[in-house]
Design a protein around this ligand. Structure first.
Ligand code: ASP
Length: 326
């Protein structure tokens, strides 16, 4: 009897020690939090963006990043970090989302946004909205306060009003630069969009994307950004992804979900899966663009097949970076 009791205590001690060791090793490998953002990808070169403009973009990316990082550092959730980071980018006229949204063929602004959380695969999105100041916040409300995943146009605006979100006159989205770029369209294929993915202290992943779409798009056109699985995807078993690029390709190739699926079913690493989809599948068919992603262990990917992608990241370990070109 005594021997049996001793053996049970010994086994319990071994189990305790092993589970303790596992926690130590996984926490030393996985950062407490990670945040990655993008401000769109494209084929602009050093000549299209002078040094001063590059510095301006980098400063805004850093500012946006630090908003999300502060939230995560203080124990905020990945959804809170993503919303506030994207709100900042939406309010900044430099990026093609919110205030800086590009114009459609007939001179309007039609904005798309989506959010997805990785622990329960809940998601929300709005598409083709013309008067919601911060579409990412509306997407979050669709996720949390409705039984739907996607709402469009006037219905989405009506819903946003009921949720007490800020509604603006469509003239709010007029910026000289975007108007000019509609006039000069086809000079260069430009992409925009903003996105943010995060891993928070609770081990949860989420992804958000917000865009004005593509300059000169036809009335009613919806891109990949509000489509779960195409422009945005998050799953705690794999990763969180936000995409930017030629939306029609990202929809047809279900880019964000494809990357997650390669990790889930084929055990590819985040970088291998991103390369497979962005630098092989998409490249072969002429689908230009890129993604930002973070996996459940805090590894990140910022992969694009264009000349540049505005991007920045920060980890609790102190690693940080902001870049535009390859
Ligand atoms: N993916 C966006 C769209 O097709 C545009 C972009 O990311 O530049 O609407």
């Amino acid at each position: 009897m005594k021997n049996l009791r001793f053996t049970i205590i010994l086994i319990s001690l071994v189990i305790l020690c092993l589970s303790g060791c596992k926690n130590v090793s996984s926490s030393s490998l996985t950062p407490d939090y990670v945040i990655v953002i993008h401000g769109g990808a494209g084929n602009a070169s050093n000549r299209d963006l002078n040094k001063e403009q590059q510095e301006e973009y980098k400063a805004k990316l850093s500012e946006a990043l630090s908003i999300g990082e502060e939230i995560l550092k203080k124990g905020g959730t990945c959804i809170e970090a993503i919303e506030k980071t994207i709100n900042f980018l939406e309010d900044c006229p430099l990026f093609n989302a919110g205030k800086g949204a590009v114009f459609t063929h007939d001179g309007k602004n039609e904005l798309d946004a989506s959010i997805m959380q990785g622990w329960d695969l809940n998601a929300g999105s709005v598409a083709g909205v013309g008067d919601i100041k911060n579409p990412i916040s509306a997407a979050i409300k669709v996720m949390t306060n409705s039984e739907h995943v996607m709402m469009t146009g006037e219905g989405a605006s009506e819903f946003a009003k009921l949720q007490n979100l800020e509604i603006v006159d469509s003239s709010y989205f007029f910026t000289e630069k975007r108007w000019e770029s509609l006039q000069n369209i086809l000079k260069a294929k430009k992409h925009g969009t903003v996105g943010c993915v995060a891993l928070d202290k609770y081990g949860n992943l989420a992804a958000g994307t917000s865009t004005g779409g593509m300059t000169n798009k036809k009335f009613g056109r919806i891109g990949d950004s509000p489509i779960i699985g195409a422009g945005t995807y998050a799953n705690n078993n794999t990763c969180a992804i936000s995409a930017t690029g030629h939306g029609e390709f990202f929809i047809r190739y279900t880019v964000a979900h494809d990357i997650s699926a390669l990790m889930e079913y084929k055990n590819l690493s985040l970088q291998e899966a991103s390369d497979e989809v962005i630098n092989k599948k998409l490249l072969e068919v002429g689908g230009t663009g890129g993604i930002i992603a973070v996996d459940k262990d805090g590894n990140i990917s910022m992969t694009f097949n264009t000349n540049m992608m505005f991007r920045a990241y920060a980890k609790s370990t102190g690693e940080k970076g902001v870049a535009i070109f390859k």
